[in-house]
Design a protein around this ligand. Structure first.
Ligand SMILES: N[C@@H](CCC(=O)N[C@@H](CS)C(=O)NCC(=O)O)C(=O)O
Length: 211
């Protein structure tokens, strides 16, 4: 059985799709129609009780949800350095956790206000939410900017799934009013990621939401 990657053209599936494309993983892509509520149907909930994308079905007995775990699985499946061993793997875990809890949480808040709300007809961005997310984003972006001052990627010279995970909001920076230009080392890191076709264009079909 070929692995199946259930995705939509949104933030978290972007992580899984980027790795799958970068590694040319042997997955069958299955697009989930979020607008039609396909992710809340019993057959989808049986695979992923959260009713969210992405989901990777490896076999009848092994289904993985959570984008970071899917990235890690695909990297390990390929035997790729995207998921290094030993202490470096711990560093990757640190950045995955930091990204989810902080950097992407606040960048994702802006992505929701400026990209998702108009997309699903939820109206204008809420100025108070925007202000708060931008303030919080700046706090954590400063930390990332200092970390990246003398590094190509989060772990130094080696590209890992942590780069793909932590950077996931940045392709939407312009549209989402994420203050990326204030953080030159983060911006340069993102320019470097943009050199990768799998980063620029991760989905099997083009991303309608990209800036
Ligand atoms: N923690 C999950 C979050 C997944 C998630 O929130 N996916 C969004 C799209 S980016 C979704 O499915 N939203 C639809 C919904 O919640 O109804 C992960 O990392 O995969």
């Amino acid at each position: 059985m070929k692995m199946k990657l259930y995705y939509a053209e949104t933030l978290n599936p972007r992580k899984a799709c980027t790795v799958a494309k970068y590694l040319n993983s042997p997955v069958e892509y299955v697009r989930v129609e979020l607008a039609k509520g396909a992710h809340k149907k019993p057959e989808y909930l049986a695979m992923n009780p959260n009713g969210k994308v992405p989901t990777l079905v490896v076999s009848e007995d092994f289904v993985i949800w959570e984008a970071d775990a899917i990235m890690a699985y695909l990297a390990r499946f390929a035997g790729s350095d995207l998921l290094p061993e030993g202490d470096k793997q711990i560093e990757v875990m640190r950045w995955l956790s930091w990204g989810t809890q902080h950097f992407t949480r606040h960048g994702g808040g802006l992505y929701f206000e400026f990209c998702i709300k108009p997309w699903i007809g939820l109206g204008e961005a809420d100025p108070a939410a925007v202000k708060s997310s931008q303030e919080q984003f700046r706090l954590f972006a400063k930390i990332l900017d200092e970390h990246l001052a003398n590094k190509k990627f989060l772990l130094g010279d080696q590209l890992t799934i942590a780069d793909f995970s932590v950077g996931v909001t940045l392709p939407y920076a312009k549209k989402a009013q994420i203050p990326l230009p204030e953080f030159p080392n983060v911006a340069r890191w993102h320019d470097r990621l943009n050199e990768l076709p799998a980063w620029r264009d991760p989905y099997p079909v083009p991303d309608a939401l990209a800036a």
